[in-house]
Design a protein around this ligand. Structure first.
Ligand code: PXP
Length: 237
């Protein structure tokens, strides 16, 4: 299938940190997800280390057989960690300390001057650069202009039922490819809403975390990854 699933294991670390124990280990979750068919693993090293920690980044990079996508804010500290870790890809996201999750897309258009050197440094190190953006043509054009490889379209508003959002995502995916960008999507995706996003032919990868880890509490991670892949495949046909 030309649509890949990246499994975000951040919330395995959330659960671990809630008790200050060494389990459950996000590396174990990453390996189980890959064995169940995941095409890659995503982790977000937040500035406040609320879930994934520095040691997890190194352990997951060293311990998995599939590509690692490291989500991070556009800071000098994160750039240094990315250059030392050399994940397959970095997805640059906006980050606010008080937010529960990544609430909106990155304002690439408004921050071109500061983002461009970061994109260049990562690319020079052989790391693919993805920018997490709202499905807004101005953000896509700015992403292409500063040399990003990928845009990940924020599906949060769609997942929350905002009218017309699916059409915006479809249009944005088409524009991304016209601009020479690889198109990914993610945030808030579940069994119930993944179909229309998976059906967008231009989308090459979905990154899904919270729902998969939450549902795995009931069904187990292998079954949940397999079911999400089956739904993605069915939508693509
Ligand atoms: N993509 C990006 C860039 C994200 O920041 C997140 C959340 O960490 C996701 C995808 C996954 O979102 P969710 O956990 O809602 O599936």
């Amino acid at each position: 299938m030309s649509l890949r699933l990246g499994v975000n294991v951040d919330h395995v670390a959330t659960l671990r940190n809630a008790r200050g124990e060494a389990y459950p280990d996000p590396l174990d979750a990453a390996r189980i997800a890959i064995a169940a068919g995941a095409d890659g693993i995503t982790i977000h090293l937040r500035e406040d280390r609320r879930h994934i920690r520095d040691a997890d980044v190194a352990a997951v990079k060293a311990g998995i057989s599939k590509p690692l996508n490291l989500e991070m804010a556009a800071t000098a500290e994160m750039l240094a960690i990315a250059l030392a870790t050399r994940p397959n890809a970095c997805c640059i996201v906006p980050e606010k300390r008080t937010e529960v999750t990544t609430e909106g897309g990155l304002d690439v258009a408004g921050q071109q001057a500061s983002l461009a050197p970061m994109v260049a440094s990562l690319r020079a190190a052989g790391i693919r650069v993805s920018l997490f953006v709202d499905p807004d043509p101005a953000q896509l054009r700015a992403s292409a202009a500063i040399g990003a490889d990928i845009v990940e379209l924020h599906t949060g508003a769609y997942a929350h039922g905002k009218p017309d959002e699916l059409a915006r995502l479809q249009d944005a995916a088409r524009l991304a490819v016209q601009l020479g960008l690889e198109c990914h999507a993610g945030h808030g995706l579940t069994y119930a809403n993944v179909g229309p996003i998976a059906a967008i032919a231009e989308v090459m990868e979905l990154n899904i975390g919270h729902f998969l880890i939450a549902q795995a509490v009931f069904d187990g991670l292998p079954a949940v990854v397999a079911q999400m892949l089956a739904l993605m495949q069915a939508a693509r046909r």
